[in-house]
Design a protein around this ligand. Structure first.
Ligand code: NI
Length: 380
């Protein structure tokens, strides 16, 4: 079987047997089998799921990362290889990322045998991207030890299969979650003067929060603050005691992130206290934004053009990507390759164009070697 056929088969198998974050046990087994079949060495670092493998030897070391987990979605795509696991679907294309990385591993293994590799290529088959825990877990077990540059890719349904994109600086958002509790004093609905109405306070706070982006940030600093849950009360004639809210904050830089957090705290605490109640904000840090290093973005774009991709420009996205954690330790770049799906990522009808798989594997293979060459030349 050719490498192209092998990774198409792997893609179909993965797509039909998706597994949720931290439960990628069969997926892990399958990845190991494919690696072993090609004689690629697996590093036993003790991750619960996911696989780390290598070809080549010595320094420099470049790491290529693919995420392997799926989402809790019932698939509705019109394809013959639909998910066989109920309520689980590869709706973000991590199955194709895994297949692309496997293809690159096979191609690079051949280079190793020819003794053509100027260093080591490490493959990070990372679990649990969707709940943003997998990158941290792999870093914890030492997956980045000795790594000089790390590269990652995600498919982009809005691009055609021959398009790639990336940009220097922020490429995805800081994805933080917030919870707000407003505590008032319950009362009879006919006697509001005897209590403190948390719903009225909450409503003021929701409205005031919308001034953070429009009034405290500069016009060209992108940010989103969304309240997505507002729960209170349980009947028509009682003023309740509390309001519980949830929401998310998306920003691109650490400075804007800190500014939004400070202003959010101000608004919640001070509006509540001005109205006689108590406001509490709880902030949960999600993955930081992916900050791409210009040198590696430039090389990724150059190599993309060399292997036949059209390089296009897009704006940074306010979605999250836990690849950001790697970039806090090691320089590198994250990029997108077109998957040409009619439906968006995380949609139950999401379906990639399978023509993207082999060219992307070939691109990854080419890029890894050129990164090693650049690093090698820097060493000497
Ligand atoms: Ni994804």
């Amino acid at each position: 079987m050719t490498i192209a056929d092998t990774i198409q088969t792997l893609f179909l198998e993965l797509h039909q047997h998706p597994e949720l974050s931290n439960h990628e046990f069969e997926t892990t087994k399958r990845i190991r089998e494919y690696l072993q079949k090609a004689g690629i060495r697996i590093l036993e670092l003790g991750a619960k799921t996911g696989v780390i493998a290598e070809v080549g030897s010595g320094s420099p070391v470049v790491a290529l990362r693919a995420d392997i987990d799926a989402l809790p979605i019932e698939e509705q795509a019109a394809c013959s290889y639909r998910s066989q696991n109920s309520q689980v679907m590869h709706a973000c294309g991590h199955d194709v990322h895994t297949s692309i990385l496997m293809g690159a591993a096979y191609l690079l293994k051949a280079q190793e045998q020819e003794q053509n590799l100027p260093g080591t290529v490490r493959f990070l088959f990372q679990p649990a991207e969707e709940n943003f825990s997998g990158a941290l877990e792999l870093i914890e077990v030492g997956a980045l030890d000795g790594v000089d540059v790390v590269l990652g890719l995600h498919n982009n349904p809005n691009l055609t299969v021959n398009q790639m994109t990336s940009c220097a600086g922020p490429f995805s958002a800081n994805v933080d979650r917030i919870e707000i509790t407003i505590t008032g004093v319950g009362a009879h609905a006919a006697k509001p003067e005897t209590g403190v109405d948390p719903i009225v306070i909450g409503a003021q706070i929701v409205t005031a929060i919308q001034t953070i982006v429009s009034r405290t940030l500069a016009g060209l600093e992108p940010a989103v603050v969304s309240i997505t849950k507002f729960l209170s009360g349980n009947t028509w004639n009682v003023i309740p005691e509390t309001v519980e809210m949830e929401g998310t904050v998306r920003t691109l830089t650490p400075e804007v992130r800190a500014k939004v957090k400070a202003q959010l705290t101000n608004i919640v605490e001070n509006i509540a206290s001005a109205m006689g109640g108590k406001g509490e904000l709880r902030w949960f840090d999600g993955p930081p934004s992916v900050i791409n290093v210009p040198e590696w973005v430039d090389l990724a774009k150059t190599v993309a053009q060399q292997v036949g991709y059209e390089v296009v420009d897009i704006e940074p996205q306010l979605g999250g990507e836990d690849f950001a954690h790697y970039l806090h330790h090691v320089p590198g770049a994250f990029l997108n390759i077109g998957s040409q799906s009619e439906y968006a990522l995380h949609h139950p009808k999401f379906q990639i164009n399978r023509d993207m798989i082999m060219p992307a594997a070939n691109y990854w293979y080419e890029l890894a070697q050129q990164v090693l060459t650049v690093l090698k030349n820097n060493q000497s």
